[in-house]
Design a protein around this ligand. Sequence first.
Ligand code: COA
Length: 307
Amino acid sequence: MTGARITGWGTALPDKVLSNVDLESMMDTSDEWIRERTGISERRIGGLTSTLAIEAGQQAIERAGVDPASVDLLILATSSADQIMPATGPTVQNELGLNCGAFDLNAACSGFVYGLINGFGMAAIGYERVLVIGSDILTSYLDFDDRGTAILFGDGAGAVMLEPAETTTLLGSDLGSDGSTRHLLYIDHGGHLKMKGKEVFRHAVRAMVDSCQKSLDQAGLHPDDIAVIVPHQANIRILDSACAKLGIPIEKAAKVLDRTGNTSAGSVPLALADALAKDWIKPGDNVLFTGFGAGMTWGSAIIRWDA
Ligand code: COA
């Protein structure tokens, strides 16, 4: 079995900013309400899942310093593929000049954590360079007459490159799903995003806390051993509550939510890149990734940083 580590990362956000103040003129809401109840001030909107994924993937390839032709696999986490068929992964593969298999993985907002763990699994059986991208444009599915959902989401993407390591840096992981709660958050073909916000909130906190605890147990670590937690960026109150229950100070949580809103599969790698840009993560640090989303799905992974 071959170990893997993250050697490169990248991000992409559309240029167009949609602020809370902009939303005030579109629906009955206020900047103050949105900031207090969600922690979001503005989000970026526009682009395609493929174009954002290509930009983020390109950066990850360049940062890792690898030849695109040497990449062995592309995993694209998304729930807003450019088309129903084909998957968007092959479009991204082609534009990046990769010569490998490519597929879409749909676990909604947990998609990047699912992709990351799958990437480590593929690396373990010999895929040497695995590019994992999370990219979504959920704003194109929003009903801007529904203030319960339209204020929350933004568009964006993030990517990481996995390459061989002497021992794996994935210390613990957990994935979960519960399809009996699929009615809480969904998009029908041709429809808008629908959500029961309060119930999603409750499930999200419980699922992330339980999952993180399982990953910590598997890794033989205590919450104090976590240097940085990189959670899915959905609502600052969800992050506050999950961190408090886990016993991890909120100051250790990577956060981009105020500027991006919930970018679905893009959110965890966007938050990771922000924490790295701020020099929060040092070699040897234990980094806890966690996400939850429609399905419901959830997951967590602990990586010892070795970039
Ligand atoms: N602006 C102003 N007022 C709003 C509003 C908005 N955008 N949205 C709701 N309200 C009002 C409600 O109508 C309600 O008014 P009332 O008391 O007069 O009936 C009041 O604010 C409280 O609404 P409620 O739905 O109880 O708010 P909340 O505190 O639960 O916040 C969410 C709503 C959606 C922000 C919150 O439930 C949430 O973030 N849930 C999780 C969603 C999520 O993370 N989804 C993605 C998962 S990947």
